[in-house]
Structure formats: structure tokens, C-alpha cells
Write a protein that binds this ligand. Structure first.
Ligand code: FPP
Length: 254
């Protein structure tokens, strides 16, 4: 005879912040004997449907890794194709994002981009900055180690000027100097395309994030794929260092 468990495991709520590494555009195109550029274009379509889903599902933050600090190592033709794609996507999508109450935020070293792209990025951020719906974070020329180095530089400058003293440096203070200071930490990290790595994405911020890897290539990642990832997240018990029993008996509040 099977016994009913006394306490059912508590389901996670929906994630507040989802962070995604969108991998597999190139392979998606190669499988179809198409140039890699077509894979990136198909990737933009997938971005659109995932952004729509998150806005409808009241997810607070969606962070997308669009271009890493290491992606400059790709062939020049692919880098310039991606830059053109970012620019044309910004030109065609920002008004739509704004109409849907979505706030756009870029993280990463933007001064390496063309003046034109930098101007569009700033314009998009300013146009949407008061929107109260989904925050869409685009990580472009971003690296987690870069983010931390920038934070440490700012903190060091404050110590040097006497604004703070070194005893005040703690995890909260470091978090406040990262590019994501105004955002909750990611609850769910998704990487498509089969690799199981974090690849220098939000390194500090992923400390307690649930990780989800799928072989699905990014252009094929659709609403149903995201629902599956969220479903997996909801069945996991997040303990933040506590025991499972403490969580089930509500001995601690997280
Ligand atoms: C990884 O696939 C994808 C990228 C480096 C670029 C991601 C860009 C987009 C999805 C389009 C633009 C997005 C926005 C937000 C405007 P890969 O080329 O590494 O694929 P592979 O591993 O199969 O070669």
C-alpha cells in the first residue's frame, strides 16, 4: 500500500526573470543548406515570439544574449551581418515594443559598436524607459567577467575618493554596481542548441539560478518550448542553501 506524502513538494511560481543563450542559428541554417545569415534571421523571428509570450505571461524580465564579447572572433562578414541585423531589427521593432509597454535595456560595452547603432540603442532605451510591462534586456558585446570588472572599477574609484570605505564592500554593494543593478536576479536560465555551458553570460547573477539546457536550435525554440522550460522550473525545489525539510515545513521564508 502506498502512503500519501504528508507534505506535497511546493511548486515554484513562474520565474520573474528568464535569461536565455540563443544558440544554434548557424547549425539550423547549415542543416537546410542555407547561409548562416538565414539562421540569424530565423533567430530574430524566434526572439519576437518569445518576447510576445513573456509579455503576455507577465514575466518581469527577459534577458537575451545577442552578442558576446567573444563573438568579435567570428568571420568579419558574419560580424557585420549581425550588426546590420541588430540595426534593422531595432529600426523595425522598437515602436512595436513601445506600443506593447515593453522597456528595452541594453547591457554590454556599447562603445565598440558603430555610432549609428549606439545612437539607435540609446534612442530605443529612452523611448521605452517609462514602460511598466516586460523589461527586455539585450546583452550585446556583453561578458559576465567584463560586467564584474566594470563594477570593481567603479567601487575602487569610490573607495579612492572616500565615498565609501573598503569595509562596506559586500555582495549587495557589488550587485548594485553591475549592469543589472535594477533587476531581480534570473530565476531560470535557458540555453538552446545542445551545449551545456554558461559561456560568460550573467556570471555573478546566475549564482542561484535554475539551469535548463535543450538541444532545440534557437530558430525552432517556440512558445511550447518555453512552456516546457517554465514547466521544468516550476517542479524544482529551490533551497538557497536550506534543507528540503526546512522549505517543506516553511521553517524559512525565501
Ligand atoms: C548563436 O547562434 C547566435 C548568435 C551569436 C546571435 C544571436 C542573434 C539573434 C538570435 C538575432 C538577433 C537578436 C536580437 C535581439 C536583435 P550560432 O551562430 O552560434 O549558432 P551555431 O552554434 O549553430 O553556429
Amino acid at each position: 500500500m502506498s502512503e500519501e506524502p504528508e507534505t506535497l513538494p511546493e511548486l515554484n511560481k513562474n520565474p520573474r526573470h528568464i535569461a536565455i543563450i540563443m544558440d544554434g542559428n548557424g547549425r539550423w541554417a547549415q542543416q537546410r543548406h542555407m547561409p548562416r545569415a538565414m539562421g540569424h534571421q530565423a533567430g530574430v523571428k524566434a526572439v519576437r515570439s518569445i518576447v510576445e509570450y513573456c509579455a503576455e505571461a507577465n514575466i518581469e524580465v527577459l534577458s537575451l544574449f545577442a552578442f558576446s564579447s567573444e563573438n568579435w572572433r567570428r568571420p568579419e562578414s558574419e560580424v557585420s551581418m549581425l550588426m546590420n541585423l541588430f540595426l534593422s531589427t531595432l529600426q523595425s521593432e522598437v515602436n512595436k515594443l513601445h506600443r506593447n509597454n515593453i522597456r528595452l535595456k541594453f547591457i554590454g560595452e556599447r562603445k565598440d559598436f558603430s555610432e549609428k547603432l549606439q545612437a539607435k540603442i540609446t534612442e530605443g532605451e529612452i523611448q521605452t524607459r517609462d514602460n511598466s510591462g516586460l523589461t527586455l534586456v539585450i546583452a550585446a558585446n556583453y561578458g559576465g567577467r567584463w560586467d564584474m570588472s566594470e563594477a570593481f572599477k567603479k567601487i575602487a574609484a569610490k573607495i579612492q575618493s572616500g565615498e565609501i570605505n573598503e569595509q562596506e564592500v559586500d555582495e549587495a554593494l557589488i550587485g548594485q554596481h553591475l549592469s543589472t543593478a535594477d533587476l531581480p536576479e534570473p530565476d531560470l536560465f535557458i540555453r538552446t542548441g545542445g551545449e551545456q555551458r554558461v559561456s560568460n553570460f550573467l556570471l555573478w547573477q546566475l549564482a542561484y539560478t535554475e539551469l535548463y539546457f535543450t538541444p532545440t536550435l534557437w530558430p525552432d525554440f517556440n512558445r511550447q518550448s518555453l512552456e516546457e522550460a517554465i514547466g521544468s522550473f516550476r517542479t524544482r525545489q529551490r533551497r538557497f542553501g536550506h534543507t528540503g525539510e526546512q522549505i517543506l515545513t516553511k521553517a524559512v521564508t525565501l
